[in-house]
Design a binder for this molecule. Structure first.
Ligand code: CA
Length: 224
């Protein structure tokens, strides 16, 4: 799951980035509306957290442009507590949900979970042979047992599951697992895959290495 955070308040932004990354999301942060607009045009995200009071280009304008491009990207807007009118304009412009500042971080996380679930369609559970993954609770069960996974391993598993049976390139994994300014090398990816594999293979879930290219989560029951 990759989130774009557009927020010009440094303290709020730092807190959000830290919290969301700790939960295993890849977060990219921009501090102006024009940077948000550029990022949204050039890259794929699963959620946009958008402060409406942004410099250079207002959050409302960013949102209007996004929807004018027919993007279905879920958008959570952040507004000042007394800015009722602004909130209404945001929802009218196509925001999915809003939070007023100041907010508690667990509340933000709950909204993020709900919105990213909406973005992935109606099913919240991925049934993959012996592996059952709950996208809302972010819990993986292997043959009924909860698998203890780090945030990175969880992020990795999500990506592989979404593209199960297909080759996922290393660069693609790097791209999804890290936000800007957060260095994760392809070597580190190898380590995460190795750890994940060790946890999943005893339960019959295989991650194949396609040398020099990437990885593939094998369909259960030997599907070719
Ligand atoms: Ca602001």
């Amino acid at each position: 799951m990759r989130i774009l955070l557009a927020e010009d308040d440094r303290i709020i932004a730092d807190g959000l980035v830290r919290t969301l990354r700790k939960s295993g999301y890849a977060v990219d942060h921009v501090a102006t509306g024009s940077d948000a607009d550029t990022a949204l045009m050039g890259q794929q995200f699963d959620l946009l957290i958008l402060d409406l009071g942004l410099p250079k280009l207002s959050g409302i304008e960013v949102l209007k442009r996004l929807r004018a491009r027919k993007s279905p990207l879920p958008v959570l807007i952040l507004t000042a507590q007394d800015a009722v009118e602004e909130r209404v304009r945001g929802l009218d412009a196509g925001a999915d949900d809003y939070l007023t500042k100041p907010f508690a971080l667990p509340e933000l996380e709950a909204r993020v979970r709900a919105l990213t679930r909406r973005g992935t369609g109606n099913s919240t559970r991925v049934d993959f042979g012996p592996l059952l993954y709950d996208q809302v609770d972010r819990v993986a069960r292997l043959n009924g047992q909860v698998v203890d996974l780090s945030a990175r391993e969880l992020g990795l598993l999500e990506i592989l599951l979404l593209r199960a049976g297909r080759l996922v390139g290393k660069e693609q994994l790097v791209d999804h697992l890290c936000g800007w300014g957060e260095e994760v090398s392809t070597n580190a990816i190898e380590v995460y895959v190795h750890r994940l594999r060790k946890k999943l293979e005893p339960g019959g879930v295989k991650i194949t290495t396609v040398r020099g290219l990437g990885y593939c989560l094998e369909k259960p029951d030997g599907g070719h």
